[in-house]
Design a protein around this ligand. Structure first.
Ligand SMILES: [Zn+2]
Ligand SMILES: [Zn+2]
Length: 280
């Protein structure tokens, strides 16, 4: 099945009404996914049979608000989402203080980035994703900010103040977070800031896994995907219980805990899917 993610910062006037109609449309089409809509735009992912996904893309492109929206295609053995979910949110990505997504930095194409990395140019790679994402995969030598949720990004800018005059290329999964994060950096006086166009997913499609290590965390049932599906990926992370190399994320079997943690196959069967806090 095809999985497609997309976003666009654009003014949506009557988001309540749009959401209602859109949910009905998606259900009728027989796709599954998660789509957030706000006055500032749309951010989502859907999965389904190729034909239906392509039909969905056409539908979205038929709205003047979504003209030029870009889609990132990946694949899954089954529906990547359990149901169809379309909701109104205050923001498509929560971020305080408010920044204008339209003041985002210039975009850098995957090919350009690969070229820069091939030539070992003096550039700082900044990963703006959360800790649990960077743990299982990232660009080699990228700087991480060690955050739990994206909204912690603004307060972590201090940590990288020394890089104000460096050339910075930031990246996230599909690009939606970089639009805000790059605007925030420019606001803080960073001079030479770029965002990877279309994020890691677009990079994987264009440049395979060059300069990348591990897998890419995704926000659907697959949890993670390789950038190059033809290659065996060596995990860069370790099991939270036995410390063996593993990149398998599970949610704690205790539904009240529900903690997301890395657990190798052995520990999954030995401890029945309970997290480290509950097996002692
Ligand atoms: Zn283990
Ligand atoms: Zn637990």
């Amino acid at each position: 099945m095809k999985v497609v993610t997309f976003y666009k910062y654009t003014e949506i006037k009557n988001s309540e009404k749009f959401v209602e109609e859109h949910l009905t449309y998606c259900k009728k089409l027989g796709i599954k996914g998660k789509i957030l809509v706000s006055n500032e735009g749309i951010n989502g992912g859907i999965s389904g049979e190729d034909k239906k996904v392509e039909e969905y893309k056409k539908k979205l492109l038929s709205y003047s608000e979504f003209k030029g929206i870009e889609f990132k295609d990946t694949y899954s053995d089954e529906y990547a989402y359990r149901k169809m979910f379309v909701r109104v949110r205050k923001e498509i990505i929560r971020f305080d203080p408010k920044v204008d997504g339209k003041k985002a930095s210039c975009k850098l194409s995957p090919k350009k980035l690969k070229e820069m990395l091939d030539k070992k140019e003096d550039v700082v790679l900044l990963d703006v994703r959360n800790r649990y994402e960077t743990r299982i995969g990232k660009f080699k030598n990228a700087i991480e900010l060690d955050i739990d949720v994206f909204n912690e990004f603004p307060e972590k800018i201090n940590k990288i103040n020394g890089l104000k005059n460096k050339k910075i290329v930031m990246y996230c999964t599909g690009g939606v977070r970089c639009e805000k994060a790059s605007a925030a950096l420019l606001n803080q006086g960073f001079k030479d800031v770029y965002q990877l166009d279309g994020g890691i997913l677009n990079y994987g499609k264009e440049c395979s896994d060059a300069h990348w290590e591990g897998k890419c965390f995704v926000f659907d049932r697959r949890v993670s995907i390789p950038l190059d599906s033809t290659k065996e990926v060596h995990p860069i992370s370790r099991c939270d219980i036995c410390n063996e190399f593993s990149d398998i994320y599970v949610n704690c079997k205790n539904v009240e805990c529900d903690k997301l943690f890395i657990c190798c196959k052995n520990c999954q069967s030995r401890h029945k899917g309970y997290c480290p806090e509950e097996i002692n």
